[in-house]
Design a protein around this ligand. Structure first.
Ligand code: PHE
Length: 445
């Protein structure tokens, strides 16, 4: 038995976990979802869900991981067995599904980095940029090459291991990400006319809010915080008992949420300053933003920095998704990290092909009325992650509550004053709220 690896330092863990959380979900998805769902009102609902349910499930996952020092499936098997490991199994399935389409979008960001350097995006007309984007994603070959490059990078980090791969990469990439983000925000909020975008994000208009909005905010919270599929179980399993796990969970939640809000402040003011439509949907980042950059002096440089930022954020997240699967094969199937990373990476690459092709060649192919890409996104973020989070809460609240309390106090022997508040959330509030919002969102209730 090889000794299980540990994070080298507390900062290393927080950066790796924040690296998992901060991704395309924050920078690409959050601003357009806020744009489509009424800005400030969406933001408020999102924040309320993140700091109640999100934070509680984050802590629950990290505790399950640290108590067992096991992957997402093995952790449930070790603590209780029975049907519980199925929760981990759904998580591993979700990891395959999410990474397959995530890597396709991450590939687009690499291509857009290249396009910004070559000047191919220095066009002010969003309609022309729209056809560049539409043409690129519909191409049967080129996006697949970038998808392959991105998966190769992800595999490369994961096969180097927890300390010398994931932690080392996060320690370099996360500070770079924060620096890039700050430069770009300063540029965006100092544009003439930016105030309108800031106001849009910060002043709530509740007339647009429906249960569908709340359910969007909930899926977004799970996706953005990397919850519900065992990523935080897996990262928590490399934590030592000396760490203050609750404060780490708090930091990761805070960092992730700040980056989402900052991405909103980066993108929406620029969109408003140039008179574009904030509800442009998924194309907001790839169509509207290049147009915004094209209006600016040194726009190509800012465009390159932006897509680099997006690519870095995507890489540290993709690494955590792949690690969920790899940890399982390494712990429980006795496969070497190297082979597990490469094999799983290849399978996920193949699974991503139909997602990519659904933007073009396979555009007519629909399952339940959704294209392949949208179906993968729907099944994972709308169903698997919230349902996973529901069972993780129940598990910690009802099955291992005594042990979980001990684990929270492991670093200094003091049970924190808020422990029963957390207990009420994981036992009752989170499971009921998730079930209710899910059923409302599906139109069942
Ligand atoms: N949190 C990541 C993002 O916001 C995506 C992710 C989802 C990562 C689930 C791990 C697990 O982009």
């Amino acid at each position: 038995m090889i000794k299980r690896e540990h994070w080298g330092s507390r900062l290393g863990f927080i950066l790796a976990a924040a690296g998992s959380a901060v991704g395309l979900g924050n920078i690409w998805k959050f601003p357009y979802m806020a744009g489509e769902n009424g800005g400030g009102a969406f933001l408020l609902i999102y924040l309320a869900l993140v700091f109640t349910i999100g934070l509680s499930v984050m802590l629950a996952e990290m505790v399950i991981g640290r108590m067992t020092a096991k992957n997402a499936i093995g952790a449930f098997a070790k603590l209780k067995g029975g049907a519980w490991p199925l929760v981990g199994l759904c998580g591993v399935a979700a990891a395959f599904i999410i990474l397959s389409f995530y890597s396709v979008v991450a590939g687009w960001t690499i291509s857009y980095m290249v396009k910004s350097i070559t000047g191919a995006l220095a066009i002010e007309d969003p309609a022309a940029l729209g056809s560049i984007f539409g043409g690129f994603i519909a191409d049967p070959v080129s996006p697949l090459i970038y998808h392959a490059i991105f998966m190769a990078l992800t595999v490369f980090v994961v096969l180097a291991g927890v300390g010398s791969g994931i932690e080392r990469a996060s320690k370099i990439l996360m500070p770079a990400l924060f620096a890039l983000l700050l430069v770009l925000i300063v540029r965006s909020v100092t544009l003439p006319g930016a105030g309108e975008g800031i106001a849009f994000l910060l002043s709530p208009d509740f007339s647009k809010v429906t249960w569908a909005t709340v359910s969007e905010a909930l899926s977004q919270a799970f996706f953005s915080l990397s919850l519900g599929m065992g990523a935080m179980i897996t990262y928590g399993s490399y934590l030592s008992k000396k760490e203050n796990i609750a404060s780490s969970a708090g930091w990761v939640t805070l960092l992730d949420t700040s980056v989402a809000v900052m991405a909103g402040l980066l993108i929406l003011p620029a969109v408003f300053a140039f008179g574009f439509d904030p509800s442009a949907g998924p194309g907001l980042t790839f169509i509207t933003l290049p147009a915004v950059f094209a209006h600016m002096p040194m726009g190509s440089i800012f465009a390159f920095m932006f897509f680099l930022l997006l690519g870095i954020a995507a890489l540290t997240s993709a690494v955590s998704i792949l690690e969920v699967v790899v940890a399982y094969f390494v712990d429980d199937r006795g496969i070497s990290r190297k082979w597990a990373s490469i094999t799983v990476g290849v399978i996920i690459f193949l699974l991503g092909i139909p997602s990519s092709l659904s933007m073009g060649l396979m555009g007519e192919f629909k399952i339940f009325g959704l294209g392949f890409f949208d179906l993968m996104d729907y099944v994972s973020s709308k169903l698997l992650l919230p349902i996973g989070g529901l069972f993780i809460s129940l598990f910690v609240g009802w099955v291992v509550w005594g042990k979980a309390k001990e684990d929270i106090a492991a670093h200094n022997g003091v049970v924190p004053f808020w422990i029963n508040g957390w207990g009420i959330i994981v036992k009752f509030i989170a499971p009921l709220a998730i079930a209710f919002i899910l059923l409302k969102g599906l139109g069942v209730l």
